[in-house]
Design a protein around this ligand. Structure first.
Ligand code: CA
Length: 178
């Protein structure tokens, strides 16, 4: 009987150890995924409903050192009921900002509250880095629509929200992100 308890105890210890090892693997490594969640509730009866994202850039020491290079997940909406979002080309969020003020193209519209996109950056984020979200604001012929910025080590998360803004805006990667 005692022996059986000893075996059970060891199995239990093994399970606990495995749990912590697997958890460590799941959430280790640098922050390299960025998630934008559309928080807008207006301008939803347009061809470009919600937050209009041209690019996500990483700025370090005053220079752009990285951009989004892969869309890993997204949920684009159509805005108001009966409306159609004509800017669903997700490739437009990749690379450097290239919004064309004449043709008013080269961005993706998230579609309003509930729309989101998750991208992988080509450079891991470091504390102190600036994440610049190039949202097409009033200054570029659109209207500024808010979205939140969250970062993660893995595409499935967990994601930590590090800021919110509308129009072109910047958030700093905090030193203590765990
Ligand atoms: Ca673009």
């Amino acid at each position: 009987m005692k022996r059986r308890y000893a075996v059970l105890f060891r199995v239990l210890l093994l399970i606990i150890a495995l749990f912590f090892i697997l958890r460590g693997c799941r959430d280790a490594g640098p922050f390299i995924y960025v998630r934008l969640d559309d928080k807008s509730n207006q301008s939803l009866n347009t061809d470009y409903p919600g937050s209009d994202i041209d690019a996500i850039e990483i700025i370090r020491d005053g220079a752009v050192v990285g951009t989004a290079n892969l869309v890993v997940d997204s949920h684009l909406l159509d805005g108001a009921a009966g409306n159609t979002n004509k800017f669903k080309d997700l490739s437009q969020i990749l690379g450097l900002a290239n919004y064309d003020t004449k043709t008013r193209k080269n961005y993706v519209a998230l579609g309003g509250n509930g729309g989101y996109v998750i991208v992988k950056m080509n450079v891991p984020l470091q504390p102190g880095d600036i994440v610049r979200v190039c949202e097409i604001g009033a200054g570029s012929g659109g209207s500024a629509e808010p979205c939140t910025v969250a970062i993660a080590r893995n595409p499935a998360g967990p994601f930590r929200v590090i800021g919110k803004g509308a129009g072109p805006f910047e958030v700093v990667v905090p030193a203590a992100v765990d």
